[in-house]
Design a binder for this molecule. Structure first.
Ligand code: ADP
Ligand code: MG
Length: 238
C-alpha cells in the first residue's frame, strides 16, 4: 500500500502553467521529499496528489487505482498541516479524533485509534489538554496524530516544520523519520530546506518552475547532480 504514480500531470491556473508535466513513481513505504525554491510548485503538486486541486491533464494512480478525478476522501491519503491548524477550543483527544468523527465512525473505534496514535507519539498523558497547554513539538505531534488515526496509505506533509524554531525543527525531523520507520508507510514531504531533504529522504525530487530537475537518493544527488541548479540547491561541490 502507498504507491503513487504520476503520468504527465499538468496544472495551469488560468493562463499560468504552474506544473508543465510531471512523471513520477513513488514506491510503497518510501520517504520522498519534494524540494525546490519558493513558488516552484511543490505545494501544488502535493495538492494534486491529495485531490485538493484538479489536474489540468494527466493521470494519478494510487495503489494501482486511477484516482485522477476521485475526491480527496477516496484517495486514502492523509495530509499533515502545520501545528497551528489545530482547534484551540478542543482537547487533544478531540483534535486527533476529529476526522474520524466527521467520517461518522463509532465512538469506541475512534477512542481505540486515538489511544493507539497517542501511544506512538508519546501523547498519552496529554489527551485531555488543549493545544494551548502544549509545547510546539507536542502540538505538531497532535497534527500528525490526526493523520495517523485515518490509517492512510500515505502521509503528505507540506512544510510541517516551517513555523517552528530551529532547535525544535531539528527534533521534529528526527521524530518524523522515526515515525516513518515505525509505521513503514509512504511519506511525501514538501520542503524548501535542503538540509531537511538531505537528512530525511530516501528519494529526493528536485523541482524548478514546476519541472522535475532530478530524482535520486541524497547521495546520488550530492555525487552526481544533473545540472548546476541541482548542484547549487543541494550544496554539492560539483
Ligand atoms: P511552492 O509550494 O513551491 O512554494 P506553490 O505550489 O504554492 O509553490 O505555487 C506555485 C505557483 O503557482 C506560484 O507561482 C503560485 O503563485 C501559483 N499558484 C498556486 N496556487 C494558485 C492558485 N490557486 N491560483 C493561482 N496561482 C496559484
Ligand atoms: Mg508551498
Amino acid at each position: 500500500m502507498g504507491s503513487i504514480t504520476l503520468k504527465q500531470v499538468r496544472k495551469a491556473f488560468g493562463d499560468v502553467e504552474v506544473i508543465p508535466g510531471v512523471d513520477l513513481e513513488i514506491r510503497e513505504g518510501e520517504f520522498v521529499v519534494f524540494v525546490g525554491p519558493s513558488g516552484c510548485g511543490k505545494s501544488t503538486l502535493l495538492r494534486l496528489i491529495a485531490g485538493l486541486e484538479d489536474v489540468t491533464s494527466g493521470q494519478i494512480m494510487i495503489d494501482g487505482r486511477d484516482v485522477t478525478h476521485a475526491p480527496p476522501s477516496q484517495r486514502k491519503l492523509a495530509m499533515v498541516f502545520q501545528s497551528y491548524a489545530l482547534y484551540p477550543h478542543m482537547s487533544v483527544r478531540k483534535n486527533i479524533a476529529f476526522p474520524l468523527k466527521m467520517a461518522g465512525m463509532a465512538a469506541d473505534e475512534q477512542e481505540r485509534r486515538v489511544k493507539h496514535a497517542a501511544g506512538i507519539l508519546n501523547l498519552t498523558d496529554y489527551l485531555d489538554r488543549r493545544p494551548g497547554q502544549l509545547s510546539g513539538g507536542q502540538r505538531q505531534r497532535v497534527a500528525i496524530g490526526r493523520a495517523i488515526v485515518r490509517e492512510p496509505s500515505a502521509f503528505l506533509f507540506d512544510e510541517p516544520l516551517s513555523n517552528l524554531d530551529a532547535a525544535l525543527r531539528v527534533n521534529m525531523r528526527v521524530e518524523i523519520s522515526e515515525l516513518h520507520k515505525k509505521l513503514a508507510t509512504t511519506m511525501v514531504y514538501v520542503t524548501h530546506d535542503q538540509v531537511e531533504a538531505m537528512t530525511m529522504a530516501d528519494k529526493i525530487v528536485v523541482l524548478r518552475a514546476g519541472r522535475v530537475e532530478q530524482v535520486g537518493s541524497p547521495l546520488e544527488l550530492y555525487r552526481k547532480p544533473a545540472n548546476r541548479f541541482v548542484a547549487g540547491f543541494i550544496g554539492s561541490p560539483n
